[in-house]
Design a protein around this ligand. Structure first.
Ligand code: ZN
Ligand code: ZN
Length: 360
């Protein structure tokens, strides 16, 4: 009944429900909703049942929902979504529905209970996310496009950067470039962290001005038709000292160690360990304070996590970041990050920017 790649995804979702012996699933998380149905509106929920695929939304999205999710049964609710849902549950004689426990609020849960007294509510987690782990060809091409826009923005910045510019202005240049070249909203708030602020792994751009001799950590990501890319480079302004160069090279080697591990069949934790052990051997272990990477897709942070002891086995079609860093309080930081596709024989870097230390 539902055509194209969304139909394939719906089929897989139903198969998953069946293996969990779950009658129906309420999908509230925006990325999951978009993944299954194609609907991109801000408000709405899906109900996936064996013979039905229902999209609930309100009047503002009627036309958009019809265009984006033509094969879904569309229900435009006037008052409350939950009353509309209760009606459908009665109509379909559903006795149990699953809900996304890591997304629905407690208040929404209480309302569901109140309006669906005869329906058992089963908390589930990661069900649609599991499908999203492996990207299909179309998804990969959208991430690729996001990555190309992201890389181009960084290249553009290298020619536009001036001493004395506030970090915020630098972030603005990057974000404007990405939007002008087809990107949607940035996939996340752009990080521009100069000098000592580079020791904050998530130091979003501040009013501080960038000075000569500082390392600057720049972490940016375009989105393209909902799909994210994620790229970090650390650059240097004007001149570089020996310590800055040494730490840069150590991080670059740590990333190379991790990349060398990546191929189908390897556990995510092993890739993290490769970078972590290298940094520890060089005396920087305690300064690498976060996981090596994360999945990228409709969300900029999704499964699989490349982190210590993660058992997920890498498979072709997964897209992850590889982003070791060293952060020294009072000194600054270096991070190098690429978005990487797991390929049949290894990997492919999607963020096409040199890793030679750039001194501007
Ligand atoms: Zn990043
Ligand atoms: Zn990242």
């Amino acid at each position: 009944m539902t055509a194209g790649f969304h139909g394939e995804r719906l089929k897989k979702a139903r198969h998953h429900l069946a293996t969990q012996k779950l009658e129906a699933l309420l999908v509230a998380k925006p990325e999951n909703r978009r993944y299954l149905s194609g609907f991109t509106g801000d408000a709405g929920m899906l109900l996936v049942a064996p013979g039905n695929a229902v999209l609930f939304t309100d009047g503002r999205y009627q036309e958009q929902a019809r265009l984006e999710a033509p094969n879904w049964e569309l229900i435009i609710y006037k008052g409350s979504f939950i009353e509309a849902l209760a009606e459908i549950c009665t109509e379909l004689r559903l006795q149990e529905i699953g809900f996304e426990k890591d997304y629905l609020t407690y208040q929404q849960f209480e309302k569901l209970q109140e309006h669906l007294p005869h329906v058992a509510l089963r908390p589930v987690t990661g069900l649609i996310e599991k499908l999203r782990l492996i990207k299909d060809v179309r998804e990969i091409s959208l991430i690729q496009e996001a990555a190309v826009i992201t890389g181009a923005a960084l290249w553009y910045l290298l020619g536009a950067l001036k001493y004395g510019q506030p970090e915020q202005e630098v972030a603005g240049i990057l974000e404007f470039f990405m939007r002008r070249h087809g990107g949607g909203l940035p996939a996340f708030e752009t990080i521009v962290a100069a000098g000592e602020r580079g020791a904050l792994p998530h130091g979003i751009a501040s009013e501080q001005r960038i000075r000569r001799g500082q390392l600057v950590v720049i972490d940016l990501g375009a989105s393209y038709q909902g799909y994210a890319a994620d790229l970090t480079r650390t650059i240097c302004l004007g001149r570089i000292d020996a310590r800055q160069r040494e730490i840069y090279e150590v991080v670059r080697e740590a990333q190379a160690c991790a990349l060398a591990k990546i191929r189908p069949g390897v556990r995510a934790g092993e890739v993290d360990a490769a970078a972590r052990e290298f940094l520890a051997a060089r005396g920087y272990g305690e300064y690498f304070s976060h996981a090596l990477g994360h999945g990228v897709g409709l969300s900029v942070h999704e499964e699989p996590r490349l982190a210590a002891r993660q058992e997920t086995v890498l498979e072709p079609g997964m897209v992850v970041t590889v982003e070791p860093g060293v952060y020294l309080p009072g000194w600054g930081g270096v991070r190098i990050e690429d978005t990487v596709l797991i390929a049949q024989n290894g990997y492919e870097i999607l963020t096409p920017v040199t890793k030679d230390l750039l001194v501007i």
